[in-house]
Design a binder for this molecule. Structure first.
Ligand SMILES: [Zn+2]
Length: 101
C-alpha cells in the first residue's frame, strides 16, 4: 500500500519536472504553419510533431506540445510576427487585446 503511494509521488514529480523544462526552443519561422488546421508544427524526435494553435500563441501561449510523447518546446516569437500568418491564412486574430486605435 505504501509502495503504491511512493510510486504515485514519483510519477507526480516527473510530471511537474517535465512541465517546467522544455525540450528545445524553436523560432517561429522554423516551424510549419498549416492554414487549414491553423496549427504551427515542428518535428518531434519521437516521429510525431509538436503543435500549437496560432490563436493560442496570439493569446500568450508559447508552448507547443507533442501529443504522442508529451515533450514540449518553447516557441520564440513576437506577437507582431503572427499577423503575417493570419494574413497568409486569410484569418483574423481572435480578440483585439490592444486598445490602441
Ligand atoms: Zn513526440
Amino acid at each position: 500500500m505504501s509502495s503504491n503511494t511512493l510510486l504515485l509521488e514519483i510519477k507526480l514529480e516527473n510530471t511537474i519536472e517535465k512541465k517546467m523544462s522544455y525540450y528545445d526552443q524553436i523560432e517561429i519561422e522554423d516551424m510549419t504553419f498549416d492554414v487549414d488546421t491553423q496549427l504551427f508544427t515542428y518535428p518531434c524526435p519521437c516521429g510525431d510533431r509538436f503543435q500549437v494553435y496560432i490563436d493560442d500563441l496570439f493569446n500568450g501561449e508559447e508552448v507547443a506540445v507533442c501529443p504522442s510523447c508529451s515533450l514540449m518546446i518553447q516557441v520564440i516569437f513576437e506577437k507582431e510576427d503572427l499577423q503575417q500568418y493570419y494574413d497568409d491564412a486569410d484569418l483574423q486574430p481572435p480578440i483585439e487585446i490592444s486598445a490602441a486605435a
